[in-house]
Design a binder for this molecule. Structure first.
Ligand code: ZN
Length: 215
């Protein structure tokens, strides 16, 4: 193997490593996506939001108080709490930043999220996109099982070959030789397979994977 191919190979391995790390991050991110929206809503400063919608608020202890935008009142009974929720003791209106926007504009939850600058979590995929995604998923699963098999089979072959040679080295007599003659045939196959795993191309390894693990 010359210098160029070694460098190319290590670049390729590095790229694959970055790719796998990115996929791991994505998988984790997808797990958080569900709670991401409510977390984003909770982070919105409700005092700011309410005041920007024409409701003057005054600090009252840990809370803020003002005149409710959802019913007519002279005495303030609309409270905004430090956890970014509101409650009106006059009309019972309550909720968070998203609820506030929905009530003010009479809009839906997704529209409220848009107005709050929170991105909607995922439009459904088109059938063509879904097929493509499933193809990539299937390929990923196959590559993962191939890698696992490659590691397992290399270890197994290494052990078998060492054990076989230990037998062969113990041959002292003609009789011994006859007794373990059977080992020569599988040994040459094991050595060939290990050779493919150590020095073969990905395509050669994959053909071996198909032949060995799927009959
Ligand atoms: Zn009210």
């Amino acid at each position: 193997m010359n210098h160029t191919t070694t460098t190319e190979k290590s670049n390729k391995n590095q790229a694959a490593e970055y790719g796998r790390a990115a996929l791991d991050t994505l998988t984790k991110a997808r797990g958080y996506a569900g709670q991401g929206t409510s977390e984003s809503i909770k982070r919105i400063d409700l005092v700011d939001l309410v005041q920007n919608h024409g409701v003057a608020l005054k600090k009252s202890g840990a809370r803020y108080i003002g005149r409710c935008p959802f019913h007519d009142e002279k005495t303030p009974s609309f409270f905004v709490y430090p956890n970014n929720t509101f409650y009106c003791f006059g009309c019972g209106a309550s909720g968070d930043a998203a609820t506030f926007i929905m009530k003010i504009y009479g809009c839906s939850f997704p529209e409220a999220l848009e107005r709050l600058g929170i991105r909607k979590t995922g439009k459904p995929f088109s059938p063509a996109q879904a097929r493509q995604i499933n193809k990539v998923k299937a390929k990923r699963a196959l590559v993962e099982s191939f890698r696992a098999w490659e590691a397992d089979y290399s270890t197994k072959l290494g052990k078998l070959i060492v054990a076989a040679y230990q037998c062969l080295f113990r041959i002292k007599t003609e009789d011994d030789r006859d007794k373990i003659a059977w080992v020569h045939s599988p040994l040459s196959v094991w050595e060939y397979h290990l050779g493919v795993l150590c020095y073969g191309s990905n395509e050669e390894k994959y053909q071996l994977f198909k032949a060995v693990s799927h009959g």
